[in-house]
Design a protein around this ligand. Structure first.
Ligand code: M6R
Length: 379
């Protein structure tokens, strides 16, 4: 069933364009025309009560789903102007935020079986039930398994449509979770009129280009990355830098690498380097900088320069080319320049490939890494 791929993880990386297409088709209404109020642009099939008067959003998740939630927070705050907090489910269980009125609680779990996420949601449901109506929980699950325990617990679900994922490292389910957050944030933005129809149209048009762009990336980058990883046979530590909406991608790149290659890797918001972690850098520690055009582009470039000055090998995930500012990078993994809000879904692809090829080259069991299970059903 690996359809010619050496591992399920690689097969699942290659399934991502199709997953994004399926999400686009399911969540976005192709009949929508800007300024035509008869048709809504997004259809998630959710009851209006869970959206009405929402003043804040709290999201609980673990691992890669927590990274998708961080991107979700950026989108919900930026597009829909709703204050949003993201919690590790394992922390929230024992230190929940104070109750706030009119709060939407979102649980993100691809398997729908993660014990900490289920327990955090159950706790939130119960403690809100005891309070006045305005504190009652509006609960929403984002999952790839609507038939799971999460699906049975919550009446409102966004189904992430990635199909079954076998590799322990989440890839296509992450991309599908991010798609669910685009749809949710844009739906709320549309209902609250916090973005113009023109901007909405522009973002949706951009999203429709994403599957083709991922295909292009896979086609042009995979062989290059497979070659590049020869440089890292002896590498014991990696640093990933990103900022803004791509900070969670730095975290995700580091998590992918550590879980399947057992290399120590850390993701940082690039501006935090100078507050401590920069002391780690030398010629033995490569730095992957995610530099996508937008608000913090120049900032990331100058943070990358600081790493270069400490002799780190610098790998750029960026549309910049050699001869431009790209000269600072030792290795360039080009990604298309897109609207900043859409950039994480492209930037993550080379990082998945990088982790995959480093682990595969080391002869490791990519699909079943040591000490890990596909879903963590114990606390
Ligand atoms: O099924 P879930 O999304 O709730 O799983 C949460 C984490 O265990 C999971 O994302 C884990 O971090 C991934 N295997 C990382 O690739």
């Amino acid at each position: 069933e690996k359809q010619g791929f050496k591992h399920f993880m690689l097969k699942e990386i290659y399934e991502q364009p199709g997953v994004v297409r399926d999400c686009l088709e399911a969540y976005f209404n192709s009949d929508w025309i800007a300024n035509d109020s008869n048709v809504a642009p997004i259809n998630l099939g959710l009851p209006p009560e869970i959206y009405n008067d929402v003043e804040q959003i709290q999201i609980v998740a673990c691992g890669t789903s927590w990274h998708a939630a961080l991107i979700g927070k950026y989108l919900l705050e930026h597009l829909a102007q709703i204050p949003t907090q993201v919690h590790y489910a394992s922390e929230f269980r024992y230190a929940p935020s104070p109750l706030t009125p009119n709060t939407l609680i979102i649980g993100v779990t691809q398997s729908g079986e993660t014990a900490d996420t289920l327990a955090a949601l159950e706790m939130e449901k119960e403690r809100r039930k005891e309070q006045q109506p305005k504190f009652q929980a509006r609960l929403l699950g984002i999952t790839n398994r609507p038939e799971s325990s999460l699906g049975r617990m919550l009446p409102n679900i966004i189904n992430t449509l990635a199909g079954i994922e076998i590799g322990v490292a989440a890839t296509k389910t992450f991309v599908a979770q991010v798609m669910a957050f685009y749809a949710l944030a844009l739906d709320l933005a549309y209902l609250r009129k916090t973005v113009s129809s023109a901007k909405l149209q522009e973002i949706i048009n951009g999203l429709r280009q994403i599957p083709g762009e991922i295909e292009g990336l896979l086609e042009t980058q995979e062989k290059y990355i497979e070659e590049l990883v020869h440089e890292f046979n002896e590498t014991k530590d990696f640093i990933f830098l990103g900022r803004g909406i791509n900070f969670p991608i730095a975290l995700e790149g580091a998590l992918k690498l550590k879980e399947i290659s057992y290399i120590h890797a850390e993701g940082y918001p690039a501006g935090e380097m100078k507050h401590g972690p920069i002391a780690l850098l030398d010629e033995k520690v490569p730095v992957v900088a995610i530099a996508m055009p937008g608000t913090v582009y120049e900032k990331v470039i100058s943070n990358a320069q600081e790493a270069k000055a400490r002799d780190s090998r610098l790998i750029g995930v960026t549309p910049i080319r050699d001869g431009e500012a790209g000269d600072i990078f030792n290795d360039l993994i080009p990604v298309p320049a897109v609207d900043e809000l859409l950039s994480p879904i492209l930037a993550v692809i080379p990082l998945q490939l990088l982790a995959y090829h480093i682990a595969a080259r080391r002869g490791l069991d990519v699909d079943q890494p040591r000490n890990l299970a596909k879903s963590v059903t114990v606390e």
